[in-house]
Design a binder for this molecule. Structure first.
Ligand code: MLT
Ligand code: MN
Ligand code: ZN
Length: 297
């Protein structure tokens, strides 16, 4: 199977349009840090097409990197879109798929479907343009992806509903995905939002060949320290990397998988290639994913 990180930044991208924090300014200069688009992954089995995992606001330019010569005038580079959650940075790109010549296949939990019908009705909108074919994924249940040798098994990773659902009765938590390839083998676990680092999650990581994990924040109080927001990393549904109980410590203890961080917020000092925090990540045997990172398993 092939896995390509299309976007390695969290919502807002890197640099973020209205941000003048030190890391965003470094990305604008482009020497100590490289710019990144918003969180998205592409995956394909040894047999079959690419699938998109999360549809970011940068989907147009991201999908262009997957485009292949085609027989017809209109041919989509992906066979479907799998959603780990209903956050805007993972779903706004659905609207960019409205030019599709065929209904767009979208996979996600029942809670994500409710959010995308009642809070932010992009499914209903897509239905009126190109059509949308929704398929519900259930936690712990492996589902084959039609036309592909890949299967996906979602699992719960905690977190709360997107802010646009405040005041509604729709409740949901984020999923991680375990992808397995029935043709070529290989196990990939993708978790761009991780709120709960428990035994179940760690066991899935330990049984993977590649884990791509939430690297949003270095510290729990990162946004408060910048004076950006009073919300902590954990309150936003992201276990921070550093400190006791942090993600880095947990990843450092895993033997089997190759480990890389994704969904990195623009304030995170690991984005600076010469920072002590980046050095600590590498010392833990963990990589910092970048746009275009491709792994073949
Ligand atoms: C998140 O990852 O926590 C969300 O995408 C935050 C947001 O963009 O509102
Ligand atoms: Mn996000
Ligand atoms: Zn910034």
């Amino acid at each position: 199977m092939r896995v390509r990180v299309l976007g390695s930044a969290a919502g807002g991208g890197f640099p973020q349009w209205n941000c003048h924090c030190g890391t965003c300014e470094a990305a604008r200069v482009g020497v100590r840090a490289r710019p990144r688009t918003q969180s998205s992954l592409a995956i394909c089995g040894d047999d079959g097409p690419w699938f998109l995992v999360n549809a970011s606001p940068d989907a147009r330019q991201q999908l262009e990197t997957l485009a292949l010569p085609a027989d017809g005038v209109r041919a989509a580079p992906i066979a479907g879109v799998l959603l780990t959650d209903a956050e805007i940075d993972h779903t706004a790109g659905l609207l960019l798929l409205r030019e599709s010549a065929t209904p767009v296949c979208v996979f996600g939990s029942a809670g994500v479907e409710r959010a995308l019908r009642r809070g932010y009705p992009v499914l209903e909108m897509l239905e009126r343009y190109c059509g949308a074919k929704w398929q519900t994924l259930k936690p712990g249940r492996t589902q084959a992806l039609e036309g592909s040798s890949l299967s996906v098994e979602p699992f719960d990773v905690g977190g709360d509903a997107p802010l646009y659902l405040n005041g509604s009765d729709v409740d949901l938590e984020a999923s991680g995905f375990v992808f397995r390839d029935g043709a070529g083998g290989g196990v990939v676990t993708y978790v761009p939002g991780l709120a709960r680092l428990d035994e179940d999650v760690l066991a899935r990581f330990a049984a993977s060949d590649l884990v791509l994990v939430d690297g949003t924040f270095w510290r729990d109080d990162e946004l408060a320290r910048h004076g950006i927001s009073g919300r902590s990393a954990r309150e936003m549904g992201h276990v921070p990397l550093s400190g006791p109980g942090g993600t880095l410590e947990a990843l450092a203890g895993l033997q089997r998988p190759r480990k890389a961080l994704v969904h990195i917020n623009n304030t995170n000092p690991i984005l600076l290639e010469d920072s002590a925090e980046r050095e600590a990540v590498l010392r833990a045997g963990v990589e910092v994913a970048y746009d275009g990172l491709e792994v073949q398993l």
